[in-house]
Ligand binder design. Structure first.
Ligand code: SF4
Length: 369
């Protein structure tokens, strides 16, 4: 097995789509040639990852810095729990943001995974995956991405007897579980990973639609299996549209809520495909033409705007009454000028805001019980 060093997964499978590739073997080939939407360097999570890689939170917003500090605190706790109290926190030279590869010769294909951070002490290693948002993530024992990362790390390092994996997601929990792989577990996981990657690289790999694998698949608008799947979930006339909503049975109500999200995504994707088609060809949708949506502006220099407004007689108090400041920006000011951080910063922001906050009207939604 050769360690290769490309930093991008390129046209090969990767650990981050392990679960989706297992559910739909044809997904990898279906997406070939369809460009990924590039993530912006200024994305919330990207900035936190970069700061952790540098070991310096400079440039983060107050909310990002709070997550940065929580990640380090949780990571230290995990290291002590996994390696024992003698490590006193983080190990000296953790691996940071490194892509590990496996490279098979016959048939020829590669597979990779990006490790956020990994610590090693003797024959043990701990891999942590950092999630800076609150979205749902499979628990680490059942998380195929982390299982792949454990295999890939093992294949590129020698003499490891045990690898622990954990997800650090401060907005969800400060006490994540560590899932431990022994040598036997790693060999079994490696065999299964190979079988899955081999299946994904077969030219006629079957496509099997479902919520996990289709969610971020770039092939959705050209995939007939996906269309058939969504069509089977959409409310069909006989059972839904022919019956007024108020007369739906409990089963129809539940079926509608179960599938609303998937149907909504399909509608959005289909609408985007119509707009994209019309941009290239004016006759793409007969009877329809492109229209420009109004652009929304944000005032970026309130001082200059006030200076000009005051020349027209607008007093400061009236101007301020119509101006707003977000919670995040207020925290930025408190962090810069009052030199506050973490909980002290949150408490100070609450105190400064007091009762002078206008909350949006309460709204309700539904979530699965
Ligand atoms: S859209 Fe769904 S079914 Fe089609 S290739 Fe992608 S994951 Fe598979």
């Amino acid at each position: 097995m050769k360690d290769i060093t490309e930093t991008s997964r390129g046209q090969w499978t990767s650990a981050s789509s392990a679960q989706a590739d297992r559910n739909c073997p044809g997904r990898h080939n279906a997406q070939k040639g369809i460009p990924e939407t590039p993530s912006s360097d200024s994305d919330f999570g990207t900035l936190i990852h970069k700061a952790l890689e540098k070991g310096d939170p400079a440039g983060l917003t107050a909310d990002q810095e709070s997550i940065y500090l929580s990640v380090l605190e949780i990571e230290k706790k995990l290291c002590v729990k996994f390696f024992g109290p003698e490590v006193e926190g983080l190990t000296p030279n953790p691996v940071k943001e490194k892509r590990f590869w496996s490279n098979w010769a016959d048939p020829a294909f590669k597979h990779s995974g990006q490790v956020d951070r990994a610590h090693r002490k003797g024959t043990k290693a701990l891999i942590v995956d950092i999630k800076s948002l609150a979205g749902e993530v499979a628990e680490s024992p059942s998380n195929l991405q982390l299982r792949d990362l454990a295999c890939l790390f093992d294949m590129n390092n020698t003499a490891l007897l045990e690898i622990g994996v954990a997800i650090i997601q401060p907005l969800v929990t400060h006490s994540p579980e560590i899932c431990v792989y022994t040598r036997g577990d790693l060999m079994k996981a490696r065999t299964e990973m190979y079988a899955r990657v081999e299946a994904s690289n077969k030219p006629n790999a079957p496509r099997i639609a479902g919520p996990v694998q289709c969610k971020f698949c770039r092939s959705k608008s050209a995939c007939k299996e996906y269309s058939a799947y969504v069509g089977s979930l959409l409310p069909v006339p006989k059972s839904f549209v022919d019956v007024p909503v108020a007369s739906w049975t409990p089963e129809q109500r539940q079926s509608f809520c179960d599938n609303f999200d998937i149907a909504q995504k399909w509608l959005n994707a289909a609408w985007e495909a119509m707009v994209a088609g019309a941009e290239k060809d004016g006759g793409f949708v007969p009877g329809y033409q492109l229209k420009d949506n109004p652009q929304r502006g944000t005032i970026i220099n309130l001082q200059k705007v006030f200076d000009r407004a005051s020349e027209l007689g607008i007093p400061l108090a009236d101007f301020l009454e119509k101006s707003t400041i977000g919670n995040g920006n207020l925290k930025e000011l408190l962090r810069s000028f009052a030199k506050l951080k973490g909980k002290a910063l949150d408490m100070a922001a609450d105190k400064v805001i007091g009762d002078d906050e206008k909350l949006s009207a309460p709204s309700r939604s539904l979530k699965k019980a």
